[in-house]
Design a protein around this ligand. Structure first.
Ligand SMILES: Nc1ncnc2c1ncn2[C@@H]1O[C@H](COP(=O)(O)OP(=O)(O)OP(=O)(O)O)[C@@H](O)[C@H]1O
Ligand SMILES: [Mg+2]
Length: 317
């Protein structure tokens, strides 16, 4: 059982911890407007934009979650040589997130724009490259990570499959015995051998090992662990909570029933809380219980939000 006292003790260590996030950086943009007419050019609505907002997305959302928990947070990734790179850097600075940004003039800063009118998303427009990094950019990133890796208690790999994460990136940390926490992209399965833990959702877990739909979850989890030589695995199960696989057992952690407003970003919250707790003296089960409480809380809030320590402690029964 995890008591409130124990949770407080674990969370009190967060401000002394240094966590690095490496992954695909995304700038989320929102154009809020009104539809007044159908375009004379094509059968589509014309949106009159009233407001534009920007948000940290992808790996940046993981970093934002950590910094909101008062963890000393650094993010590493690749941006384009463009205006969005500056916007992203400013947002990260505002949230007290240290940055290791490698500029690549051959790709844009990943941008996802949603056009929202009459309270509904009309379209999403993505600007991105999913190509692997070229040798020069990749080497620059690796060199930087090699130099700075030892400053961190753990690294979170936030792989959205846009090309920043490679086996080489992960090996930088494995070679230095730094715990590696991974939110995986199933198609990059072979990158994740020997890592500390990964946190796929149910769909990703099945995709990782190309399991049939009727395969029991326990079997899927065990296969992932065997194939990748993992000692730990956390499969998130949406409204059903999560399943924690360790060397000797499987623990089901049920979700607290909550009215769901916005499920986006729950996975980012889970890996952030899990990592921060684990490096702060919690065991795997305690870390997963706290991550589950945090995940359940964020889906009940409107919009993508991050949880702070006080709120997280208040959720512990
Ligand atoms: N409907 C829900 N009720 C309560 N908790 C939930 C609900 N949906 C998600 N959660 C919490 O969030 C965690 C992660 O959710 P999920 O398995 O959907 O991850 P995900 O698909 O990776 O999310 P994301 O969309 O952010 O990538 C769950 O393990 C649970 O703790
Ligand atoms: Mg996810």
């Amino acid at each position: 059982m995890l008591t409130k006292e124990k949770a407080k003790e674990i969370l009190s260590n967060f401000p002394q911890k240094n966590i690095l996030v490496v992954g695909d950086l995304i700038l989320d943009k929102y154009l809020w407007g009104e539809v007044e007419r159908i375009s004379p050019e094509a059968p589509v609505p014309v949106v009159d934009v009233k407001k534009e907002t920007v948000n940290l997305g992808g790996a940046c959302n993981v970093a934002w979650n950590l910094s909101t928990l008062d963890v000393k947070t650094t993010i590493a990734g690749v941006v384009g040589k463009d205006e969005n790179a500056k916007i992203l850097k400013n947002l990260l600075d505002e949230k007290d997130i240290n940055t290791i940004l490698i500029e690549d003039e051959n790709r844009p800063t990943t941008e996802k724009t949603r056009v929202i009118a009459v309270s509904q998303q009309l379209i999403r427009i993505d600007k991105e490259s999913k190509e692997k990094l070229n040798d020069e950019v990749r080497n620059k990133l690796i060199k930087e990570l090699e130099t700075q890796a030892k400053n961190f208690d753990a690294v979170i790999i936030s792989d959205y499959g846009k090309g920043v994460i490679s086996r080489q990136v992960i090996e930088v940390f494995l070679n230095k015995d730094i715990p590696v926490f991974v939110d995986p992209k199933p198609s990059n399965f072979e990158f994740y051998k020997d890592i500390t833990i990964m946190t796929p959702n149910r769909k990703e877990a099945y995709e990782l090992v190309k399991a049939e739909k009727d395969t029991p979850l326990e079997e899927v989890g065990k296969t992932i662990m065997e194939k990748l030589n993992l000692k730990n695995l956390l499969i998130t199960l949406g409204g059903e909570g999560m399943a924690l696989f360790t060397e000797d057992k499987i623990t089901k952690i049920p979700a607290k029933a909550r009215k769901v407003f916005d499920v986006t970003g729950a996975g980012d919250t889970v890996i952030s809380v899990l990592t921060a707790c684990r490096v702060s003296g919690a065991n795997w089960e305690e870390s997963a219980i706290l991550a589950n409480l945090a995940g359940g809380w964020v889906v009940g809030e409107i919009g993508t939000v991050a949880i702070d320590r006080e709120t997280l402690i208040s959720l512990v029964p």
